[in-house]
Design a protein around this ligand. Structure first.
Ligand code: NAD
Ligand code: UDP
Length: 331
């Protein structure tokens, strides 16, 4: 897969968990990287190590407003991703998905840039088909509390396809499944960050529902490799969507025991776990079918859960958790 050198690359949402991994990778490859972020769910320190690099630029900007830049590639990751974050201001979440896509697609059209959308397994909703393939159309409750995110991402996919059909904009759509690793916001409420933070602070691990619901967890560096491969896949008509995730499926209860064990806590001790009600519309099962990514991108995850958890726990141990703040109100 040939990758041109010295591209001008915009990473919208580049200061976030995945965005900062992507910026680091692209800066390391020698590209001119522009990171655009409004720091809603992130902080500047996530990219502090890049600020001194001459090929890295950081712009505080909200993608719901237009912006004028000249670039060769655009990764659109700008959107809160954790349920607690995207439900904090659901109207804003929908605006971010829609207006962000419109502004960045307009930029791609004007600059003839290639643009990749970070879509999500949430477009499948609470799936009736298992594992999920890209041709499954999903089962989303349009009226529920997750819809601001799910429907925003679905509409963004539609906009991407319409810019492709109408204006021949060079698009790629990645459907990302649960991804974790160092750099996650410790208070984002996502399952791996929550479990690790609770475990480290000596609190019981909170399992929602019975813990029988499943997810499949991809380590961040594997995911970034998939995104970069998709962006640089040569066939302009290979738009995706392409599932990117780790096909190994775990129940949340199994995950809780893995995390407890990795933290040196007794995974058989009941007091180490506490059961809480299952949030509304929480999907029961989720597992990607990654046949398409394997065939078209030669991609599959390489990092097993135990290894990824050890890295993530090591990072959490090294940070000052109290220096992270919850999302800033956006009115
Ligand atoms: P994150 O919350 O850490 O990163 C999102 C970034 O976007 C943050 O830096 C945030 O400040 C920024 N942002 C939010 N609204 C913005 C706006 N209006 N203007 C500019 N910047 C804005 O989440 P993440 O896990 O890094 O997710 C990145 C992308 O990948 C998101 O689009 C998300 O939907 C998608 N995704 C992630 C996962 C996952 O498991 N991590 C799964 C599926 C999809
Ligand atoms: N979950 C949990 N305890 C927590 C946080 C999450 O049991 O402290 C569950 C949640 O109900 C869901 C799964 O873990 O079934 C994954 O949640 P997350 O918010 O990470 O992502 P989702 O895949 O639901 O968007």
């Amino acid at each position: 897969m040939a990758m041109k050198k010295n591209l001008r690359i915009l990473v919208a949402g580049g200061a976030g968990f995945l965005g900062s991994w992507l910026c680091r990778r692209l800066v390391g490859e020698g590209h001119d990287v522009i990171c655009v972020d409004n720091f809603f769910t992130s902080q500047k320190k996530n990219v502090a190590d890049l600020l001194a690099c001459p090929n890295f630029e950081l712009i505080r900007h909200d993608v719901t407003a237009p912006l004028l830049l000249e670039v060769d590639q655009i990764y659109n990751l700008a959107c809160p991703a954790a349920p607690g974050h995207y439900q904090f201001n659901p109207i804003k979440t929908m605006k971010t998905s829609l207006l962000g896509a419109i502004h960045l697609l307009g930029m791609a059209k004007r600059c003839r840039a290639r643009i990749l959308q970070a879509s999500t397994s949430e477009v499948y909703g609470d799936p009736e088909v298992h594992p999920q393939r890209e041709d499954y159309r999903g089962s989303v409750n349009t009226l529920g509390v997750r819809a601001c995110y799910d429907e925003g991402k679905r509409a963004a996919e539609t906009l991407f396809m319409d810019y492709y059909r109408m204006h021949r904009v060079n698009i790629k759509i990645a459907r990302i499944f649960n991804t974790y690793g160092p750099g996650m916001h410790p208070f984002d409420g996502r399952v791996i960050s929550n479990f690790i933070r609770q475990g480290l602070q000596g609190e019981p691990i909170t399992i929602f529902g019975t813990g029988e619901q499943t997810r499949s967890f991809c380590y961040c560096t594997d995911l970034i490799e998939g995104l970069v491969r998709l962006m640089n896949s040569e066939d302009d008509d290979f738009t995706g969507p392409v599932n990117l995730g780790n096909p190994k499926e775990y129940t949340i209860l199994e995950l809780a025991k893995h995390v407890a064990k990795a933290l040196g806590r007794d995974e058989n001790r009941e007091e180490n776990f506490v059961f809480k009600p299952l949030p509304e519309d929480d999907p029961h099962r989720r597992q990607p079918d990654i046949t398409l990514a394997r065939e078209r991108l030669g991609w599959e995850p390489a990092v097993p859960l135990e290894e990824g958890l050890a890295e993530t726990i090591g990072w959490f141990k090294g940070i000052d958790i109290d220096s992270y703040r919850p999302p800033t109100p956006q009115y």
